[in-house]
Design a protein. Sequence first.
Length: 629
Amino acid sequence: MCGIVGGYYKTELPGNEVLNNAIQQIALRGPDSQGLFTHQNFFLGHRRLSIIDVSTSANQPLFSNDNRYAIIFNGEIYNYQEIKSKLIQKGFVFATTSDTEVLLNAYIAYGKDCLSLLNGFFAFAIHDKTTNKLFIARDRLGIKPLYFYHDDDKLLFASEMKALFPLKIKKEIDYNALATYLQLNYIPAPNTIYQNIQKLLPGHLIEIKDGQFSIEQYYSVPYDRSKKSSLTYDEASKKLVELLDESIQKRLVADVPLGTFLSGGIDSSVITSLAARHKSNLNTFSIGFKDNKYFDETEYAELVANKLKTNHKVFKVTNDDLLESLQNLLAYIDEPFADSSALLVNLLSKYTRQHVTVALSGDGGDELFAGYNKHYGEWKIRKGGPAASIVGQLLPLWKALPKSRNGAIGNKIRQLERFAIGQQLSVQERYWRWCSFIDADESKRYFKDTSKIKAAALNQIKQHYTKHLTDQGDLNDNLYADIHLVLPYDMLTKVDLMSMANSLEVRVPFLDHNVVEFAFSLPVQYKIDAQLKKKIVQDAFRNILPQELYNRPKKGFEVPLLQWFRKKLKDLIMKDLLADDFITDQGIFDVTYIRELKQRLFSNNPGDIHAQIWALIVFQSWYKNYHVS
């Protein structure tokens, strides 16, 4: 796991001092070494976190034996030994035992077709001195990030946006992306907060030659709703175990200490149970709240750890611990991203990194196998029946009752209201609304100058991510949408940002492309029914997991933002980031509407307002740290 930055200038490169400054911006992604390569109008920069072949001979940029090619690489290729064997048969000679050199030689041997051979997660770039061509690619599912900037003079790319800022780029806010961010609390690709910076979509590549660049899709998850696996449920369950076990065995390869995140949920417990088959005294890590038992699930994690006899460590944090980490988190985020559970992932990564360099996580299981409440809600609406109808008819009641995420009753009322509203929408509108905290009309109310928000641009973003949803389809359509929207731009972004902020590599076995493709071959009834979400995952591992994990409410990572905002962060809101004079001087937001949001925050019926306030705090902090700095 590392950080990369590079690019091409039509005129001349900036000086090495500027280029090294750009590389230094991503130092936390790779604390072990820094490297820079320049050739004519091209440059490649790298920060290394040593995982496989920790020797200095594997530092990057890494060069081919004839010095023609240079590579910078962020990620891991899990099947590199298999690929290496094929390349040796072709006559390739290796100077290191790294997967980076295997990847480079695979490109030399097969060109862009090498991408179909790779099992792993990656963003990498390869420069060819002879043709003066640059090849850049991002992994199939978007596990590793890649930003790129282009104007008439240059094309630049990096693992994080902050690495681009020293390279004298234009920083023009994309107000349509900002409006989308206010809806979702993140910005989906290809958009970013800036007009000239884009995210390379998963499964895509870029080629730069003779001053021109092209983008090409090389992979998409195979999905045909009319074709489903012929396996019986029992056969499919066994196949899932086999595929996940193979995935985990690949992801246990490392030359540094390794462990797993163990939250006490089904997914992390499955990953841990399989990893424990192949690694004795497995290190496992979980985090919980000392101050709020409602959000603490560490007792379930300990049940799993005790059953598997892992080397388990529980990190109990207080609200003060989270608050102390707040400023570091806000300072690290170089594009607005407001999933508040990033605070917990940040602390989990920080404490885990004190013991290991690599951790396996259960991310992806919910999106592939229908683990969220919204999936159950969608299934219920598509299925119909009297219960769903009654909830819809009681919408006026749900609207009138107080709602909050910070308690079981208030949260249930909030969910019932969202369900009832969702029943009134089309399948596409419902999906987008359930991914959002506010709708497009409300997001426009934030702005001082609403003419900067274009309805056509907002609809284009929404239509891109809902185009596979139809009334004739089924819940798999929603899961397919999730792996293109929620998974890469919320869940995986959160894990990548927070793990890299702590120089920790996190691997995600559920997102082996073989597991993903298998998941989308399965019928909906294998994934969800009236009793179980994520049905096949739960059933396939029922005989090896503690029974207490089953049929309990899914809480996930939650942070008590509301009580913070009303107390210890009140001054940050009222006197700093959302102060009337700052909002007015900034000239982006409508000061009257922001004032209304602050009033709702301190009312008896806050609803989801804390999520909206958090999104504003993150944006305002980003604005001060990165936009005007």
